[in-house]
Design a protein around this ligand. Sequence first.
Ligand code: HSE
Length: 441
Amino acid sequence: MNEPLKIGLAGLGTVGRGVIRMIEGSNGEAIARKLGRPVQITSVTARDRTKDRGVDISSYQWFETPEALAKEADIDVFVELIGGENGPALEATKIALGRGLDVVTANKAMLAMHSVKLAILAEEKDAKLLFEAAIAGGIPIVKTLKESLSGNQIKRVYGILNGTCNYILTVMQNEGKPFDVILKAAQEEGYAEADPSFDIGGIDAAHKLALLTSLCFGTETSFKDVYIEGIEKITPEDITAVDDLGYRIKLLGVALKTDEGIEQRVHPTLVPKNSAIGQVSGVTNCVCVDGDFVGKVMQVGPGAGEGPTASSVVGDIIEAASKDQSPVFTLPAKELMTYQRAPIRAHEGGYYVRLSLCDRPGTFAAIANRMAEFGISLESIVQRHQGDKFNSQNEEKTEAPAPVVIITHNTTELAVSEALQAIEQDGHIIGQPNMIRIERL
Ligand code: HSE
């Protein structure tokens, strides 16, 4: 057998443990046969050396910091599983690439912010920077885009890129409970992080989308240009109303080319409930790619967790063992095109709008007129009668708000936001309208 491929592992959390189990277990022998050389973890680092992780790390050389490991360890591949946009993860990655070591990382936040600089460094040093685990955990979308689909012009990429949000929306759908109640239960059961703001606020999905955009369109990664809305404002009323109309609400990340530039957006989205993506439930992720020759391709699978994420990391370690050198993205990093942002106000699509109307003669017509004034054509408008309310003291009938749900034909974001502003100013509605974009599949 040839010399082993020596691995330095920075970060021994859930994914790090999975990588150790995969390489040290029976899969290790099969991998060695495929590669013609064993893969050997030689060096590790983490915050706490003594913590019981359920795996034996005593035979590995211990380093106090990721930077020290990246700088000094006798390794071929540096595996970064620390996380975080900056700090030790970024520093150690730069050091490792600077040494010409191949780097495998699961760190979407770091790459979303620094991928171009890191890719230039890697390519200058003839090193690989591999990140299959950074987008949708166990789903092999990076290799699919870089290899199998690389002859296509990609028109649109979209998907369910955050398992926590999909889990919460699925339970809201099944149990009819409000968002905050389900989030709390998910935290107690360990499905959601103690600080879930990156997940539910759409940031985590936006990190992944920014990387998918570069892979699909050959542009510089531009996280700051992703339009982001989280799922915090989705109510059980929205879930029920869209269900009646044949839709599901999903937090989608979508990137597409338009005449104005590239549109990148993460927001709650209506998709037909009988569509393949409408059926993706729980913590499962999916990525859909629309290519000019291949048509529509969809990959579905686990987006997080020890086994699935370790599977992608180890796949990248195996790729690092090959001599072939390919760009970090689909184009050499210095040739990635400047990102041109298509503003969200130019977005074209259908819209769901839920309003609470003052139930008086003429309000329904006034709403429809305002929509028409801004050139918005309505596909459906439904008033959900809640019955009259009576004042318990004197049995007088009082004005009950009437929930109205509107679905528009394709229009622009600008038209919808201006129409809703005018409707609010007219004083016909109670509270604020709730608007959700519809994705045509
Ligand atoms: N927290 C993410 C999710 C997984 O809920 O999908 C890691 O990005």
